[in-house]
Design a binder for this molecule. Structure first.
Ligand code: PMP
Length: 386
């Protein structure tokens, strides 16, 4: 029953070997299948059943777009992990954190009467900040490229909205904002600020932070994210956006998210984080080991760091490898790796040089094993020709 290139039940044996050597390693998407084994272990307790007659109304008919019980669970998860200050903060839910990007841009840019607010990010950055801002083309905001272009800006009429992804997608670094001053608003995308992917040096306490279950529980297809907001006026504007855009977030999704978080906080609430961290750490160590023998390829440098969640110094465990092709003549890393059966995402997708390539490390274990095997043979070939 083992199909070549579709070997989810493969646990070893001769068929597996064939599978590992024949298949293409597709490391392009950010599907967080690495968490699937956790949910298989909690199959019964994480299940929900919703009858046809149940929850038919618009969510506002029951008083709110935002389930208060769900907010409590989110606060509980944050307090177990210690990755965000939530006390006295406002919450907004979105259809994934993706819906909240523009809700935040809208709220922070409203009535930019002088000139449109300039939406910016620092290379390499997650492409949706740019593409979504351009899609919602507005008189109040416009995408204006890399923060480096505006660092020494002296025009006091300019207003900025800076997206900061921390840890960053694609390179896993705990980045900080670049622009400062009274005319700058910052949207902190904290999608990866979980022990799965990074040390937690301290609880995040920014004015506007975005989180998502996509990278916490792995349920990317459910489309559920939340914003944590300090300023009530900003919260009110985001709420208006949500009302006008989708009349709130699906109640079914809020119910599912509640059940998933309920499982996460069971016991001491540490199991998913321990599992996710050890899985991602193991993958990073193995990939680093293989690439360390190569002069042709290199990986981003990440250092062990003290983590307040694990209460010790811990190894890096990034969601993505940010691979660099080092040879002068190999300036398109995507093509080089594609020829070797490895599919990643081009550096230019992140507004970076095509010498770089993003490889997803958060897919299934089988996907990762195929990736490692491809790299092993690629590096072995390099050694032979030296
Ligand atoms: N922010 C970053 C930095 C991401 O990488 C992703 C998903 N790849 C998202 C947000 C999107 O999250 P969601 O699924 O909640 O829309």
């Amino acid at each position: 029953h083992v199909h070549v290139c579709e070997c989810n039940s493969c646990n070893g044996g001769s068929d597996c070997f064939k599978f590992l050597s024949d298949c293409i390693a597709n490391a392009s998407s950010g599907d967080p299948y690495f968490l699937e084994p956790f949910w298989m272990r909690h199959a019964a307790s994480s299940a929900i059943l919703v009858s046809g007659w149940h929850r038919m109304s618009y969510s506002y008919s029951d008083g709110s777009y935002i389930s208060e019980v769900l907010v409590k669970y989110i606060q509980k998860v944050h307090s177990i992990v210690g990755n965000a200050i939530t006390k006295g903060r406002y919450f907004i839910f979105g259809s994934g954190s993706t819906q909240l990007f523009n809700a935040a841009v809208y709220a922070l840019s409203l009535n930019s009467s002088v000139s449109p607010a300039k939406v910016v990010a620092t290379t390499p950055y997650y492409p949706l900040y740019r593409t979504q801002t351009q899609l919602f083309n507005s008189r109040d905001f416009s995408y204006e490229g890399d923060t480096s272009l505006w660092k020494n800006n002296t025009d006091s009429n300019s207003r900025f909205i800076e997206f900061v992804t921390s840890p960053n997608n694609p390179d896993g670094k705990l980045t900080k904002r670049v622009l400062e001053g009274p005319n700058v608003k910052t949207i902190y995308d904290r999608a990866y600020y979980w022990p799965h992917f990074t040390a937690i040096p301290s609880p995040a306490d920014e004015d506007l932070m975005l989180f998502t279950i996509s990278k916490l529980t792995g349920h990317a297809g459910s489309r559920f994210g939340w914003a944590i907001i300090k300023d009530e006026a900003v919260y009110q504007k985001m709420l208006i956006y949500l009302q006008l855009n989708t009349i709130g977030v699906s109640r079914d999704v809020q119910l599912r998210a509640l059940k998933l978080l309920d499982v996460i906080v069971e016991g001491d609430g540490k199991e998913i984080f321990q599992f996710a961290y050890s899985t991602m750490r193991d993958r990073w160590i193995r990939l680093k080991q293989v690439i360390s023998e190569s002069k042709r390829f290199s990986l981003q440098k990440l250092s062990p760091q003290y983590c307040t969640f694990f209460k010790r110094v811990r190894d890096p465990s990034p969601a993505y490898a940010w691979l660099k092709c080092e040879r002068q003549e190999e300036s398109n890393c995507y093509e080089i790796l594609e020829a070797a059966g490895i599919i990643g995402r081009e550096g230019s997708d992140y507004s970076a040089d095509n010498r770089y390539l993003r490889l997803s490390l958060i897919k299934s274990q089988d996907d990762f094993e195929i990736l490692i095997n491809k790299f092993k043979s690629l590096v072995a070939k390099e050694m032979e020709t030296q």
